[in-house]
Write a protein that binds this ligand. Sequence first.
Ligand SMILES: O=P(O)(O)OC[C@@H](O)[C@@H](O)c1c[nH]c2ccccc12
Length: 376
Amino acid sequence: MLSVLLPGGPQASTSHVRSCPVVACSGRVPFQVGSGLLPYQRAGSRTKLSTSVLKESGSRTSRGTAPDTDEAPEVSIRRFPPAGVAEQPCGPMRFQIPAEAADKPHNILEEIIWWKNTEVREMKERLPLQRVNMMMKVAPPSRDFIGALRAAYQRTGRPGLIAEIKKASPSRGVLKENFDPVQIARAYEEGGAACLSVLTDNRYFKGSYENISLIRKADNSLPIIAKEFVIEAYQLFRARAAGADAVLLIAAVLPNTDLAYLLKAAAKIGLQCLVEVHSIAEMERVLRLDLSNAMLGINNRNLETFKVDLENNRRIMSSTAGHEAQARGILVAGESGIFTPEHLSFVQDTGCQAVLVGESLVKEEDPAAATRALLS
Ligand SMILES: O=P(O)(O)OC[C@@H](O)[C@@H](O)c1c[nH]c2ccccc12
């Protein structure tokens, strides 16, 4: 039996320690581990963080800013499975803990993040930070991602377009069979995009950091955001080493303490950030951060159902938080489900000066023409 400490949070069991049978390990020797502090014990601190942020929420209200919702949730996805990560390295061995029904992820984002724990650990084994650091020293210099979007808006009167490069997505499966990231990037540039979004997640989007390196080697002039599910700073360094100019940080995944740290770490290595929200509550929460090196994104895709609702964009932008973002001059992008110039205009009319578009461009035979048509 392997005793594991449970992380806290609303989904966790009320008991603090639960025993799980070890069913498989890559080492040969059956093994016993007493209860102790395992890597995911850190997740237990989430509950405490949550409380402090809710307090901040109260003080904000007392300063006179009425919240649009009752309370701002800390994070809506659970960073780890309730019974701990499915695999634990332990010296030369690995333990697998069987998932119970209650340990199944609630939505796709949660599933992706649970897998990301394992993936990042393996990435670090393959490419230790020391080597990433050396790669960063010779990486092509970073460019002004946010500036390029603002400039496109000023120049054209249409939202600055972040055109996305992804071979597949969890909701649509494979979008493009003969996928050539460099060719697609060139087509987007020709079609008038201001920036590129390049998926780096391999399992769910069939992406890679190498795709960013390839595009930069091909001398594409558009600034690039690494579309990664960031859970720790290593991924920021990896993105910069590949030549990325910006990274995505998802508010549903990261509490403000982590966001603040990652925003600082990103700024130190010359990366800008796109902080993504799904709700008014998340928008309110991230507005408490120093966003001088960041822009915001509103993802209009519902994570449970995959349905896209552009009305969500309007609701968030017309909330108190949405108005605050605009008054502070923070650039906001509308994301997901934008297929037509009418959709683009709708999102623009809510107050967004940038958009992030993937599927409707990437799956076209002629992505340059599709880009031009969308911006027309
Ligand atoms: O393909 P669409 O519907 O145009 O959506 C693009 C983009 O918004 C979407 O891919 C996205 C938004 N946020 C993300 C976070 C991770 C991965 C992907 C995304």
